[in-house]
Ligand binder design. Structure first.
Ligand code: NAP
Length: 280
C-alpha cells in the first residue's frame, strides 16, 4: 500500500489568500506591506530562490525590494544595510539570504536584523525567544513542518518525533515548535549512532539534512508519518528530497512530497509573517 500524500499546496494557497486580503487592507489604510531581501552571493540557486520569493510577494501585493550587495560584501556592508532597513519605517520584513561571503559569520550579522522585522527567524535572539516560549517569528521552514502536520490533522501531542538535522534554520527551531505541541522529540544529526535504529521507533520522522534519499524504508516504522524538508537539486534541473520516496512510500502511512510539500508552505509563511510584522 502507498503512503498518503501530505501535500502543502492547498495549505499554501489558503495562507496566500489570507495574506493577500490583509495586504490589501493594509495598503488601503496607508501602510503598504514591504519585504526587503539582502543578498550577498552569486550563488545561482540562491538567486532562483530570491526570484521566487519576489514573484510570490508580487502575487499577494507585497512589495519586495532586493538589496544585492555582491559576493564580495564585507561584514560591515551587510550590517549597515540591515541597520538602515531596520530604521526604515516603510520596511516591515527583512530576509538575509544565505550563503554569505566567506569569512562572514551568518549568525553574527543576523544579530543586526531587528527582532520585530525578523520574519524568517534568522536572528539568534529569535531562536532563543522561541526556545523560551516567548513570542518570536520562527524560521518559516520550521513553522511549515508543524503547519503541514496540523493541516493534515496529524496528532502531535504525546507522539515521538525523530527530527533529523539540527541546523538553526530548520532542525533546532522545528524541535522547539514540536515540543510546544507536546511531542516527544529526539533530535538526530551526523554523529547519531545508528540513525535507523532511532528513527524507526518514531511515530513521525522529519528529515532536514540536505542528502538526497538518506531516509529509506529501514529508517521508518510501518505506518509512520514522514515530513521531507530536503531540497536537493538533480542533474536534470529537478528537485528531490532527503527521503527515498520510492521505498518509504511502501512502508510509511503518510509522506510529504518534494516538490509540493514543505516548500510552498515555507514561501507562503514568509509573506504571512511580513503581514503580521506590518500589522503589529
Ligand atoms: P544544514 O544546515 O546543512 O544542516 C543539515 C543537518 O543534517 C545538520 O544538523 C547535520 O548534522 C545533519 N546531517 C548531515 N548528514 C547527516 C546524516 N548522515 N545523518 C544524520 N544527520 C545528518 O541544512 P539545513 O539548512 O537545515 O537544510 C536541510 C535541508 O532542508 C536541505 O536540503 C535544504 O535545502 C532544505 N531546506 C528546505 C527549505 C524549504 O523551504 N523546503 C528551506 C530550508 C532548507 P551536524 O549538525 O552534525 O552537521
Amino acid at each position: 500500500m502507498s503512503a498518503t500524500v501530505l501535500s502543502g499546496k492547498e495549505l499554501a494557497a489558503a495562507i496566500r489568500t489570507q495574506t493577500a486580503a490583509k495586504a490589501a487592507e493594509l495598503s488601503a489604510a496607508g501602510t503598504p506591506p514591504k519585504l526587503a531581501v539582502v543578498v550577498a552571493t552569486a550563488d545561482e540557486s540562491s538567486a532562483w530562490y530570491v526570484r521566487s520569493i519576489a514573484k510570490a510577494a508580487e502575487k499577494v501585493s507585497i512589495t519586495c525590494d532586493i538589496f544585492d550587495l555582491g559576493p564580495d560584501a564585507a561584514d560591515t556592508d551587510i550590517r549597515h544595510t540591515l541597520d538602515a532597513l531596520c530604521a526604515d519605517e516603510s520596511v516591515h520584513g527583512i530576509i538575509l539570504q544565505t550563503p554569505l561571503p566567506d569569512g562572514v559569520n551568518a549568525q553574527e550579522v543576523a544579530l543586526s536584523i531587528c527582532f520585530d522585522k525578523d520574519i524568517d527567524g534568522a536572528n539568534p535572539l529569535s531562536l532563543g525567544r522561541l526556545a523560551a516560549g516567548l513570542p518570536a517569528f520562527a524560521p518559516a521552514t520550521a513553522e511549515a513542518v508543524v503547519r503541514i502536520l496540523d493541516y493534515h490533522k496529524v496528532e502531535l501531542s504525546g507522539q515521538h518525533v525523530a527530527m533529523v538535522g539540527r541546523s538553526t534554520v530548520v532542525g533546532k527551531p522545528a524541535a522547539h515548535l514540536l515540543l510546544d505541541k507536546n511531542a516527544t522529540v529526539t533530535v538526530c544529526h551526523s554523529r547519531t549512532k545508528d540513525l535507523a535504529a532511532v528513527t524507526s521507533t518514531a511515530d513521525i520522522v522529519v528529515a532536514a539534512v540536505g542528502r538526497a534519499g538518506l531516509i529509506t524504508a529501514e529508517h521508518v516504522a510501518p505506518g509512520a508519518v514522514v515530513v521531507d524538508v530536503g531540497t536537493n537539486p538533480t542533474d536534470d534541473g529537478g528537485l528531490v528530497g532527503d527521503v527515498d520516496a520510492a521505498s518509504v512510500n511502501e512502508r510509511a502511512g503518510a509522506l510529504t512530497p518534494v516538490p509540493g510539500g514543505v516548500g510552498p508552505v515555507t514561501t507562503a509563511l514568509l509573506l504571512h509573517h511580513t503581514i503580521q510584522a506590518a500589522t503589529r
